[in-house]
Design a protein around this ligand. Structure first.
Ligand code: NAD
Length: 267
């Protein structure tokens, strides 16, 4: 079989559910050894690890809160001890704490920025340090290292009632691009993925009932809600040498949500 990530060591944060779980599983199937990060549900992370191993891949579960500097460092240490090096980081962990702006608490604001933006900073910084220290391994990849930042269509689409979340994803976008500009000459490729509406636990109420799904589909020209595997296939490509010349870009995987479907002539 063609294994686009053969020999690569990849750490995926927030990998015990949703998009992260699908990416971890797809990475394992593509030949990578996978670190399955989780914050609070070891049994779900172990289930993903077992699924990857069952399919013939290599994986380990890694507990860490991505907003904690110490826990992120310890996680990379454990990953490095087990797999020898790190080639890919997928900074995927993310949360929502929705509130009308006037009601939003400082804690809701801070928690979302801490996990979604600072968490990506801490993980990306640790990955870059290790990429630079270990150097390239041309037998597994042309790049010295790769980082994929999980963003959202809300890095460009304003989102009332979710000001903290949209601010965090807008921040992810320019952190990703600025970092990409800074480390490209070291052979490190940093890119982002902006999912549209994907069926995961984070947005269950938006697709759970037929009425909710119908309303959601008005925003999606392609006519279906996305699946975690839609994002996982994009992540495999961005982590592989097939995308070797892709540097500092956001790949929108959104069924056309960013095409402003409200402007269609025939609705
Ligand atoms: P999800 O809730 O299933 O996944 C989020 C994961 O992040 C969970 O596994 C959770 O345990 C983990 N996490 C939360 N706080 C953490 C912390 N402090 N430390 C470590 N891990 C933590 O939802 P999802 O949809 O799979 O979300 C994954 C990413 O995709 C998020 O960044 C989200 O913003 C982004 N995204 C999702 C959608 C969508 O429609 N589902 C759309 C755009 C972007």
């Amino acid at each position: 079989a063609h294994l686009p990530l053969r020999g690569q060591k990849a750490l995926v944060t927030g990998a015990s559910s949703g998009i992260g779980a699908a990416i971890a599983t797809a990475f394992g199937a593509a030949g990578a050894a996978v670190g399955v990060n989780y914050r609070s549900h070891p049994e779900e992370a172990e289930w993903i690890v077992e699924a990857i191993r069952g399919a013939g891949g290599e994986a380990m579960a890694l507990k860490a809160d991505v907003s904690s500097e110490d826990e992120v460092r310890t996680m990379f240490d454990a990953f490095g001890e087990a797999f020898g090096r790190v080639d890919v980081l997928v900074a995927n962990s993310g949360i929502q704490r929705d509130a009308a702006f006037a009601e939003m608490t400082l804690d809701q604001w801070r928690r979302v920025l801490d996990v979604n933006l600072t968490g990506q900073f801490l993980c990306a910084r640790e990955a870059v340090r290790r990429f630079l220290a270990q150097g390239p391994d041309p037998s597994v990849s042309r790049a010295t290292g790769k980082i994929i930042c999980m963003s959202s269509v809300h890095e460009v689409i304003p989102w009332a009632g979710h000001v903290n979340y949209a601010a965090s994803k807008g921040g992810v976008m320019l952190m990703m691009k600025s970092l990409a500009q800074e480390v490209a000459q070291a052979g490190i490729r940093v890119n982002g993925i902006a999912p549209g509406a994907i069926k995961t636990p984070i947005n269950r109420e938006a697709w759970e009932t037929p009425e909710a799904e119908r309303k959601l589909l008005e925003l999606i020209p392609y006519g279906r809600v996305g699946e975690p595997e839609d994002i996982a296939r994009a992540a495999v490509w961005l982590a592989s040498d097939a995308s070797d010349y892709v540097v500092g870009t956001t790949l929108f995987v959104d069924g056309g949500m960013t095409l402003y479907p409200g402007f269609r002539e025939n609705g």
